[in-house]
Structures are given as structure tokens and as C-alpha cells.
Design a protein around this ligand. Structure first.
Ligand SMILES: [Zn+2]
Length: 372
């Protein structure tokens, strides 16, 4: 089924909106947060559990799956949906960010990027066309164009080169696309230069994509600069297409981005923090390893109805982490992904009732670090 996006409500007091993404594998209400399943697995939980929490769209990674086990193998095994038994939508990242952050000896030119695999050191050439064909072989519902990602800080001239190359590569990706059904999203770059963000957004918009991502953020820049770059980008993106802020983030960042008109998010934070004993709660974060929870028989968050909070105490979860029991990772991940799902559901509700501004204010005042 061909991809579509429809907006169902616009918040009266901000740029936030609710909408519905129609994908080959079902519908997804937006704003939406995508749990990260880089290697075709959401670490520590089953796809069935993610589905039961309510998630209908997850993220996987072209770079990682291309290196291991290989997209051809996954294609033979029914595509990524069949391989990992996930019935919902899958967005695959193009590999631009992973080549930038993981690979050794990255060398970019107009053709593509030559890098050494972070797994076995082998030399590889990743091109926009190869990234696309890997994602098509995986059977992604949403495909991302390969982009040229720069670190922070980058010079204006480096950032300009990256913008030009990203637009050129996005154009080549359109030309090379074989499958009709998957949506194709382009990624806005421009580092921390508002003018370049505008040029990147306008250039990609003129090529015409199904959706637009804001990339190259959350790479070490201060929070205010990240927000400034979102503000410098969204006015130049078409209002009728979905907007995806890549790799962000913290609950407060998500709120501040949704209010600026962002629809989609992914981040390792809920799952990675869970495995580090860090739990999100309605009153802030807590580290369950802390000695103060040794005899605490209350749930992690009494406002949460997840399998952890319904059935187990803080004392038990702390014990599991102290003993490095794998079940602790599972329970903590279930809880954090429930927290994110509920947060986004509350935000959608606030948008529909035109009260997102007051929710943002209330949220910042009620959450504080209660531990760490
Ligand atoms: Zn919970």
C-alpha cells in the first residue's frame, strides 16, 4: 500500500499537530516515538512486548544489518518483518550517521563514503544507491536517504559541503528507487548554521519527498542550539509532510520539538538507560541501584501500569540489577518504553485539547531529578 500522511488536528496555541501515517504495515498515529532496534531487536524485550505496549513503528539500521548478517540473507528470510517477527512499520536509517559515528577511517567524496567496518576492519564503499538497495532488501516501510553528517563543531565551509552533497545524494536516491510502496524521507543537514539549514530544507523540499528528517543534531551541541536549529528548519519544510527529528531524545526535548511541529522521534535513551538501571518516572529519573531502594517495597512509579510497576517492587528490581540478572534489563526496558509511550499519548491528548503549552510548562515544573 502506498504511503500517506494526514493531519488530524493542529494545536491552537503552537505548531504541534496530530496525524496518521499509513504504511505498508499498518497505521501509526503521530506524534510517535520509535523504539530503536538497530540490529533487528529491541534490546532486552521481544517484538511482541513492544507491540503490546502499543508501538506500531520501530527503527532499524541499514549500516549494521548490511555488515551483519547482510541484507541479502534477511531478504531471503522474509525481509526484516519476517526475520524478526514484527508485524508493524519499520523505518530504516540510511547509515549516514553510523558511518560518521562508528566507522574507522571515513573518507567522503561525491560518489559516496569509503570506510572501515567497525566489526572486522574491512574496507567498504557506501553510496546513496547501495544504502537504498539495502533498505529495499530489508523491506523497510520508510527509507532514509544517505546523508553526509558532520560532527560538532563543524566549520561553515564543511557544513556547506555536507548540505550540497546531501541534496545531491538525495536526488540520486529518488532516481535509483525501485520499490513503489516504501516512503522515502530526506535528511536536512546544515550543522549549527541557520542559513544552511534553510538552504538544505529548501533544496530537499524542491526535490519532493514523502517526509523530511532533521539530522545532524544531538551530536554534542548545547540544548539551546539544538532548539534554535529546529526553529531554523521547520518553517522551510512543507506543513503537509511528516517531520522526523533523528536521535532525540529526552522527554523535555521531545515536548519542545513537538510544540515546534515535529512528528517523529527515535532515541536509544529509554532502552539504553533501562539497561543502566536508570528509570524514567512521572516525577523525574531514578537510579534503581541506589542503596535507598534496598528495602523499598513500592513500585518504581505508582502512576505507571506496566508489568514492572504492577508486579514488582523497587527492592526486587534493585536486587536484580545488583546481581546482574538479565530479567532486570527486561523489566526496566518494559517500564521505560511504557513511560515514553504514555508520555507521547498524553501529548497527543493535549494537542487534541489545544493545551500543549500548559502541559509543557507543567511538565518542566513537576519533573526533577529525584536521585542519581
Ligand atoms: Zn512501570
Amino acid at each position: 500500500m502506498a504511503f500517506s500522511f494526514s493531519i488530524t488536528h493542529c494545536d491552537a496555541g503552537s505548531n504541534a499537530r496530530t496525524g496518521v501515517l499509513k504504511l505498508s504495515h499498518g497505521e501509526v498515529e503521530t506524534p510517535a516515538f520509535m523504539p530503536v532496534g538497530t540490529l533487528g531487536s529491541i534490546k532486552a524485550i521481544s517484538p511482541e512486548t513492544a507491540w503490546d505496549i502499543g508501538y506500531r513503528l520501530i527503527l532499524a539500521n541499514a549500516y549494521h544489518l548490511y555488515l551483519r548478517p547482510g541484507h541479502e540473507l534477511i531478504s531471503k528470510c522474509g525481509g526484516l518483518h519476517g526475520f524478526m517477527n514484527w508485524p508493524g512499520g519499520i523505518l530504516t536509517d540510511s547509515g549516514g550517521f553510523q558511518v560518521f559515528s562508528l566507522a574507522k577511517l571515513r573518507k567522503i567524496d561525491d560518489q559516496g563514503v569509503v570506510f572501515q567496518s567497525h566489526i572486522d576492519g574491512s574496507r567498504r564503499l557506501f553510496t546513496p544507491e547501495l544504502s537504498l538497495s539495502v533498505q529495499e532488501a530489508l523491506g523497510a516501510d520508510i527509507i532514509m536517504c544517505l546523508d553526509d553528517v558532520r560532527g560538532y563543531p563543524a566549520t561553515e565551509s564543511e557544513a556547506r559541503d555536507a548540505v550540497n552533497r546531501t541534496t545531491e545524494w538525495a536526488s540520486r536516491t529518488i532516481t535509483a528507487k525501485k520499490k513503489v510502496d516504501p516512503a522515502l524521507f530526506a535528511i536536512v543537514q546544515g550543522s549549527m548554521f541557520p542559513d544552511l539549514r534553510r538552504i538544505s530544507a529548501e533544496g530537499l523540499h524542491s526535490l519532493g519527498f514523502d517526509g523530511y528528517a532533521i539530522g545532524g543534531l544531538s551530536v554534542g551541541e548545547p540544548h539551546e542550539l539544538m532548539v534554535e536549529m529546529i526553529d531554523a528548519t521547520t518553517p522551510y519544510l512543507p506543513t503537509t509532510k511528516p517531520r522526523y527529528l533523528m536521535g532525540v531524545g529526552k522527554p523535555q526535548d521531545i515536548l519542545e520539538s513537538i510544540i515546534r511541529g515535529v512528528d517523529l522521534f527515535d532515541c536509544v535513551l529509554p532502552t539504553r538507560n533501562a539497561r543502566n538501571a536508570n528509570l524514567f518516572t512521572s516525577t523525574g529519573t531514578l537510579n534503581i541501584r541506589n542503596a535507598r531502594y534496598r528495602e523499598d517495597q513500592s513500585p518504581v512509579d505508582s502512576n505507571c501500569g506496566c508489568a514492572l510497576c504492577r508486579n514488582y517492587s523497587r527492592a526486587y528490581l534493585r536486587h536484580l540489577f545488583q546481581e546482574r540478572e538479565i530479567f532486570g534489563f527486561t523489566l526496566a526496558t518494559i517500564h521505560n518504553l511504557n513511560f515514553y509511550f504514555r508520555l507521547i499519548s498524553d501529548i497527543k491528548c493535549a494537542i487534541r485539547e489545544n493545551r500543549l503549552n500548559s502541559m509543557v510548562k507543567q511538565y518542566s515544573s513537576q519533573t526533577e531529578e529525584i536521585n542519581d
